[in-house]
Design a protein around this ligand. Structure first.
Ligand code: NAP
Ligand code: ZN
Ligand code: ZN
Length: 369
């Protein structure tokens, strides 16, 4: 809708909500208690009481400013699930009391080619508004889900099934869609041989989806203690990626490999596992460039690709697919007070397989917890 002066004036008069949260105040300090104000719902907004929020490795990259350009104070969190507490006068898709989810973006231009095609994550104008560590159309800094509530335009809010465990649904909003989208885009299914690199939050969802789509799935991991779990989660085979003999046994056999590794690593040893015309798709976002041996690509007409989260329409499709097939994340629930410990454990690959914050731990009357 047009943002008239009258409309803007009404908004500034409307009530804002004091919100308890945890935030990074700088790149060098731990996440700590914080309080801020959420905007009053605008006509198209949905206000959501946050019940659970997943902890993504992107939260660590951004809270520590590993990608550059971080905005502080920063309330991380983009795997948000909760219940609608209020709706603006023009909202038609949600009702008070309904479950609702919010992922990595809360707005986009809506008129560029990518937005029109439902790929808002690739908005050209100038980019989608990230759920946190972003700026909205009014220049306000966005704040994420390590908090008690959020206010989001209904077009960027997802419907959740009450058939699934709610806390275990939260990671679907980022880890789920980020792995579902490329597997769908490259038509992974029956007859495909698929590799998943890294068994963390994204990796275990990629494994579950590739298995559910009927592919033959090989999980690559550096962690011996995850082998049995990988098989339970759907891997037909598990390869310890540091073992050259195990790696060589798969040379030239993969149609598609999904790289979810969070730190700089050697992709050369995976590129030669691709078949002719195979694709290695990066979703992991290490903070330093990777080195690409071009002969590994041209020797098999291979593609090195990348994929970022997924559009709103596809995120809803993924959530509906999960509801139909009973797919959720494997989680370890934490109170917000354990957030810094959970970051330290993720950095040691000690996550099985997603930490999820129970935001009741923020609501005990004190933000100091
Ligand atoms: P995570 O839960 O910490 O999992 C990462 C896994 O990568 C680890 O558990 C480990 O698996 C493996 N790993 C870590 N360091 C490694 C190293 N040095 N060498 C080899 N393997 C290593 O992280 P996540 O939340 O899944 O996120 C993964 C990455 O995806 C992050 O960089 C994140 O920012 C990015 N991301 C991108 C998008 C997107 O839109 N493209 C969206 C969300 C997240 P093993 O123990 O099995 O070896
Ligand atoms: Zn994420
Ligand atoms: Zn756009």
């Amino acid at each position: 809708m047009p943002r008239t002066a009258e409309y803007e004036a009404k908004q500034t008069k409307a009530a804002v909500t004091k919100t308890a949260a945890y935030a990074a105040l700088s790149a060098k300090t731990p996440i700590e208690p914080f309080q801020f104000e959420r905007r009053a719902p605008r006509p198209n907004d949905v206000a959501i009481e946050i019940l659970f929020c997943g902890v993504c490795h992107s939260d660590i990259h951004q809270a520590r400013d590993e990608w550059g350009g971080s905005i502080f104070p920063m309330v991380p969190g983009h795997e948000i699930v909760g219940r609608v507490t209020a709706v603006g006068s023009s909202v038609s898709k949600f009702e008070v009391g309904e479950l609702a989810g919010v992922g990595c973006m809360v707005d986009s231009c809506r008129v560029c080619e990518n937005c029109k095609e439902g790929e808002e994550q690739y908005c050209n104008n100038p980019g989608c508004t990230l759920t946190y560590n972003g700026r909205d159309k009014n220049g306000e800094v966005t704040q994420g889900g390590y908090s008690t509530g959020i206010v989001v335009d209904e077009n960027y809010v997802l419907h959740l099934s009450d058939k699934l465990d709610l806390a275990a649904t939260a990671p679907l909003l980022c880890a789920g869609i980020t792995t579902y989208s490329p597997l769908r885009h490259w038509n992974v299914g029956k007859g495909s041989k698929v590799g998943v690199m890294g068994l963390g939050g994204l990796g275990h969802m990629g494994l579950k989806f590739a298995h559910a789509f009927g592919a033959h799935v090989v999980q690559f991991t550096t962690s011996q203690n995850k082998v049995a779990d990988a098989k339970k989660l759907g891997a037909d085979d598990v390869v310890i990626s540091t073992d050259a003999t195990q790696m060589a046994a798969h040379a030239g056999t993969f149609d598609f490999i999904l790289d979810t590794i969070s730190a700089p690593h050697d992709i050369a040893s995976y590129l030669h596992l691709l078949k002719r015309d195979g694709v290695l798709c990066m979703v992991g976002a290490p903070d330093a460039p990777l080195s690409v041996p071009v002969f590994s690509l041209l020797g098999r007409r291979a593609s090195l690709a990348g994929s970022g989260i997924g559009g709103i329409r596809e995120t809803q499709e993924m959530l509906d697919f999960c509801a139909e097939h009973g797919i959720v994340s494997e989680i370890e629930m934490i109170p917000i007070q354990k957030i810094n410990e959970s970051y330290a454990r993720m950095l040691k690959n000690d996550v099985k397989y997603r930490f999820v914050i129970d935001t009741a731990s923020l609501k005990n009357g004190s933000v100091a917890g």
